[in-house]
Design a protein around this ligand. Sequence first.
Ligand code: AMP
Length: 192
Amino acid sequence: MRLVLLGAPGSGKGTQAARLAKRLAIPRLSTGDMLRAAVSEGTPIGTRVKAAMERGELVPDDLVVAIVAECISLPDAKSGFILDGFPRTVVQATALDDILRAADLRIDRVLELDVDEAALLVRILNRADEAKVNGFARADDTEAALRMRLEEYRGQTRPLADYYRGQGLLKSINGLQSINKVANSLLEALDA
Ligand code: AMP
């Protein structure tokens, strides 16, 4: 099964993608994780994207598209994958469609975690505080970067819901339920 998980920063996307990947026994492909690893390893890509990521801005489409194209061509993604944090722009979504079409493949379902913005701010600021206490703070968990991440989401990523709705692939789930309930709703949406 080839899935896309959409959701704003703080919507619980990473947690749910990890659970779903385990349950379905398919890899979770998180562009955010891959880019953070590149930054911490100091690779050429990491050096290129570090400042933009710290400001909470999206990194260039061509760069993430190339990363994802490589990941989905690997043997462990042959039976499916769940994309977490990609696509984030309509340009990325059309590039993904082209890559898959060239391999005679397609996205099976797009799941969207719906969480209202006031809840998002509270959640992500709490997560940032907890991460600081535990020593795992992300460079983009500052209030300024968070506001930028939400703005990027609103302007660039939210239009993807319409893009995938138009293809008949979108299922929207209430992301404000408990973690277990959201996980169950996602599984139900896949069975539907
Ligand atoms: P995430 O962990 O998904 O919240 O991503 C963290 C950061 O990585 C984002 O704020 C962007 O700077 C960058 N990033 C991750 N995925 C993408 C993407 N698909 N397109 C552009 N930038 C991305």
